[in-house]
Design a protein around this ligand. Structure first.
Ligand SMILES: Nc1ncnc2c1ncn2[C@@H]1O[C@H](COP(=O)(O)OP(=O)(O)OP(=O)(O)O)[C@@H](O)[C@H]1O
Length: 257
């Protein structure tokens, strides 16, 4: 890893950063209907840390996640994953990098209904042309506490269990960074807690880097820090805060936006 946002001394560095955004702008659409979703965001996500991204509706959270994960190309600025600048990469190289280094968990689990938990978890390796070992797949399921449900299809699992299978599916490739967009948005409190404890444990026990967009202060409180967005810009940060403190800051942002 060599480059990062320009420092005060004009040098660049990415040491310890799993993902780095430097002056990222993202404009959706063109002409009079164009929307500036991100307006010069510079931000790093250190390896082995858990960051929650919060902000009012429309503040650019999902756009940030999509740009940081290489799903969308920003209009301007630089995105590095594991020190690799995504800008110059062609579509094929970008797809490969995403497949090898990035994991995604969305609000809806996106599992394949016709496949068992085990087959779903093995899917990313199959797509990468690898023949997954049974132990490897079972180990990923064990990590999310579901090795005994390996033969079950998504319809035979609860919402929280499906989300945990989705997390196991991302873990199988040992991604440099796991992005989660509202991972608990469709879950009740109890299931949300299990999923958040799992994400926290992955960070603490395995040094996994997690970046999560959420509207839920209780979920965000599991993070090492909360990054606040408003109108496509950084609007502050909170370190290791309680759900109450986070909720108060977000409410304040919503009032002023
Ligand atoms: N594909 C798109 N085309 C046009 N505008 C878009 C597109 N995607 C997002 N936007 C706009 O960009 C802005 C930021 O959207 P984004 O989805 O990133 O916000 P968000 O903070 O994730 O919102 P929410 O919390 O409501 O999901 C919004 O004004 C949205 O309408």
């Amino acid at each position: 890893m060599r480059r990062t946002g320009t420092t005060r001394t004009g040098t660049t560095q990415t040491t310890g950063q799993a993902v780095l955004l430097d002056s990222v702008r993202m404009v959706h659409g063109t002409g009079p209907g164009a929307v500036t979703a991100l307006d010069g965001v510079s931000l790093g996500f250190a390896q082995g840390t858990f960051t929650a991204v919060m902000g009012p509706s429309g503040s650019g959270k999902s756009t940030l996640l999509h740009c940081a994960a290489g799903l969308d190309r920003p209009t301007d600025g630089i995105v590095l994953i594991g020190g690799v600048d995504l800008g110059p990469l062609g579509e094929k190289a970008l797809t490969l990098l995403r497949r090898e280094r990035v994991g995604f968990v969305f609000q809806e689990h996106n599992l394949v209904d016709a496949l068992t938990a085990e087959e779903n978890v093995a899917l990313p390796l199959r797509l990468a042309g690898r023949r997954p070992g049974r132990d490897e797949v079972r180990a990923a399921l064990a990590e999310v506490g579901l090795d005994r449900r390996a033969g079950h299809r998504p319809a035979e699992l609860s919402g929280g269990e499906r989300q945990r299978v989705a997390i196991a599916r991302t873990l199988i490739t040992r991604p440099a960074v796991l992005f989660a967009d509202e991972p608990t948005g469709a879950l009740d409190r109890a299931a949300s807690r299990v999923v958040m404890e799992l994400l926290r444990a992955l960070v603490d026990a395995h040094g996994q880097t997690v970046v999560m967009v959420t509207h839920d202060p209780a979920a965000a409180a599991y993070g090492d820090r909360v990054v606040l967005l408003a109108d496509g810009r950084l609007a502050g940060e909170l370190d290791r805060s309680s759900a109450t403190e986070i909720a108060a800051r977000v409410a304040l942002l919503e009032e002023t936006c």
